[in-house]
Design a protein around this ligand. Structure first.
Ligand code: ATP
Ligand code: MG
Length: 345
């Protein structure tokens, strides 16, 4: 492990896991190691690596006792903001990309949109925001169809942060970039709002810098700041944490949670199953242009066949459940609830 230009740890994965050193340097250990630690398994002496060896009776007893001690809570979201109904689309008529897609998002809810490369996730968001035109179907925002509305009108309510930040940035400096959308909407205190959004996204100190000097991860955050400044009611984020380290990722996701708590509906496209598990209230899976699952992330990520069919990477928690003979949904739910209730603090 390299930190501030110095090698601070050097060993096999097993040695490093046993030292419990990752978090200290802003890195993350596998979820199963975290779960073992939460259960009171002794990282230095118990059997923790490789994962195939963790199914000892002592470990299983500890994990079961831990799971039983956690109060499971599930949030309910009922207030529908956006519904997509029977939406179909093709770039080229002979090759349909979206086929009869149905889903909705509620106020305050974080919805993960999962699917393999090329499944049609980004395309779906482009059709919802009006960048691409559907071949059939409807989109309902707060009870009214917006299918005939222009990109600009949809954009007043639905913020979309595209996958590639270079496709969004048009201005020279960071501050100008965030001010731009506010200005064209006639917002009076555009500088104040832009500075606030930059601050939230950890970019305020660079506000007069040229955009070209930013790293990929910083550019990504800049495009998020520019959309957040517009205060949308639905926020669509295409791979928001790509290129961010764990510390940034956590800060950013906690921030997204706060926005959701204010009543914004969030659609989050991600390849990161940890993120879906820990932060999303619900997940939908897009596979070959159709939605093949719509359920709580702990159920979806625990369904082996579904994960294989849609080519999604299983988390080490579902492997752990299998090795220990536990119900994966129960284990994942315990894990999330434990963390949400303060974890080991
Ligand atoms: N502008 C375009 N013209 C023609 N085909 C396109 C265009 N954009 C995407 N496609 C095709 O549409 C399909 C869906 O692509 P899309 O980018 O929506 O997938 P995705 O689920 O977002 O993938 P990823 O996880 O890699 O971001 C792919 O087969 C892709 O090649
Ligand atoms: Mg995409």
């Amino acid at each position: 492990i390299l930190s501030k230009g110095e090698v601070v740890a050097n060993g096999t994965p097993e040695e490093l896991f046993r030292k419990d050193i990752f978090r200290q340097y802003g890195l993350r250990e596998p979820l199963y190691i975290e779960a073992l630690k939460y259960s009171g398994v002794n990282l230095e002496t118990d059997s923790i690596y490789p994962i195939s060896k963790i199914g000892t009776n002592e470990n299983i007893t500890k994990v079961k006792t831990w799971c039983d001690s956690i109060e499971l809570k599930e949030k309910q979201f009922k207030d529908n903001i956006l519904s997509v109904q029977n939406l179909s689309f093709a770039y080229d008529e002979s090759k349909p990309i979206l086929k009869d897609v149905n889903f909705s998002v509620n106020r305050g809810e974080i919805l993960a949109l999962l699917g393999n490369n090329g499944a049609g996730k980004s395309t779906l968001c482009k059709v919802v925001t009006g960048i691409e035109k559907e071949s059939s179907g409807d989109i309902i925002f707060l009870g009214k169809s917006i299918i005939k509305n222009s990109i600009k009108r949809r954009g007043e309510k639905i913020g979309f942060v595209m996958q590639n930040p270079n496709h969004m940035i048009t201005q020279e400096t960071l501050l100008e970039e965030v001010q731009f959308g506010l200005k064209i909407r006639g917002v009076k205190d555009f500088t104040e709002k832009a500075e606030k959004a930059l601050e939230i996204c950890g970019l305020h100190e660079f506000r007069h810098w040229p955009v070209t000097s930013l790293s990929y991860g910083q550019k990504k955050r800049l495009t998020i700041a520019a959309i957040l400044a517009l205060e949308p009611e639905v926020l669509i984020l295409d791979e928001p944490t790509a290129g961010q380290d764990y510390k940034r990722y956590k800060e950013f996701m906690n921030f997204i949670k706060e926005i959701a708590n204010k009543g914004v509906g969030i659609i989050l496209i991600t390849h990161d199953m940890h993120l879906a598990l820990e932060y999303a209230n619900r997940a939908i899976v897009l596979c070959n242009g159709t939605i093949i699952a719509n359920n709580s992330p702990s159920i979806i990520l625990g369904e082996k066949e579904l994960m294989e069919k849609s080519n999604l990477k299983e988390t080490s928690l579902s492997q752990m459940a299998e090795i220990m003979g536990l119900d994966p949904e129960m284990l994942m739910n315990s894990f999330i609830n434990f963390e949400n209730q303060g974890g080991m603090r």
